[in-house]
Design a protein. Structure first.
Length: 271
């Protein structure tokens, strides 16, 4: 019990240290919010009329879009986890942590928890942006809370993938590319911007079972934001059980990458 409490205390210290780094480098927060805001404006007002579906109202597409932007935003924020670990390794911070009488697991938990706080702040900003362009939550207050919890759980799962990649990266420059390159197929072969029913052949099948799609569809269902008019409702087990599949996917991702990231950290810290 004492070891567990000490690990929690150490994790809290590392979390605070990482949050202070964000305060000293506000461009991180600016980058985390400016990029998704640009996506909102671009897809809502530039491409929305073309991809919103036949006969759809642009306001319908804007409501449909926001859940996808939320998921994209928190997924892309995992790149900060990648860069943060790569930077600490390159600067020798990990070596300093190794010399301290602290839990090794706390370094990873502290980083992923700090990035979860960053995701929460960014979600607040993105929610305000969504409200300004006409997005509304059509479900109950409880549904809205559950929708945000699904997105935050997905963010936590993505941060563990980021932690593992960051500990594998040889430099910050490599981390910059490695932290984002896998995000683009994950995001665009999904229901983030168009219903997965509109994707052809094998792409549609991949999108159906993409954990990103599950998180987006579950959030849309809870927010009460259906596909625009002219598009069919998504069907199949993954779509019909989007919330369950999203939670199971996040648990599986964490169960796989948390041990991998921890083992990699121990290997790096023992050098």
């Amino acid at each position: 019990m004492n070891t567990f409490m000490k690990g929690l205390s150490d994790s809290g210290v590392i979390t605070w240290r990482n949050l202070m780094n964000v305060r000293r480098n506000p461009e991180w927060l600016l980058g985390a919010t400016a990029f998704p805001i640009m996506f909102v404006l671009m897809f809502a007002y530039v491409f929305g009329g073309a991809i919103g579906g036949p006969g759809s109202d642009s306001s319908e597409y804007r409501e449909f879009l926001i859940a996808g932007i939320f998921a994209q935003t928190v997924a892309f924020n995992s790149s900060y986890t990648v860069i943060g670990f790569a930077s600490d390794l390159q600067k020798g911070i990990i070596d300093r942590f190794r010399s301290l009488p602290m839990s090794r697991f706390a370094v990873i938990v502290g980083r992923t928890t700090a990035d979860q706080v960053l995701s929460l702040v960014v979600l607040v900003v993105m929610s305000v942006c969504g409200l300004l362009i006409g997005w509304r939550i059509r479900g109950s207050v409880l549904d809205a809370v559950l929708g945000y919890l699904v997105i935050l759980m997905f963010a936590f799962a993505m941060s563990w993938i980021g932690a593992y990649i960051g500990l594998l990266a040889k430099s910050v420059e490599v981390a910059n590319s490695a932290g984002l390159i896998w995000m683009f197929p994950l995001t665009f072969v999904s229901s983030a911007f168009v219903p997965q029913e509109s994707l052809p052949g094998v792409l549609g099948t991949i999108a159906d079972w993409n954990p990103f799609t599950a998180a987006v569809n579950a959030t849309r269902d809870l927010f009460g934001n259906p596909p625009p008019s002219g598009y069919p409702e998504p069907s199949g087990w993954a779509a019909d059980n989007a919330a369950l599949y999203a939670v199971v996917s996040c648990v599986v991702i964490i169960a796989i990458f948390a041990p991998l990231a921890t083992a990699r950290y121990r290997k790096v810290a023992s050098k």
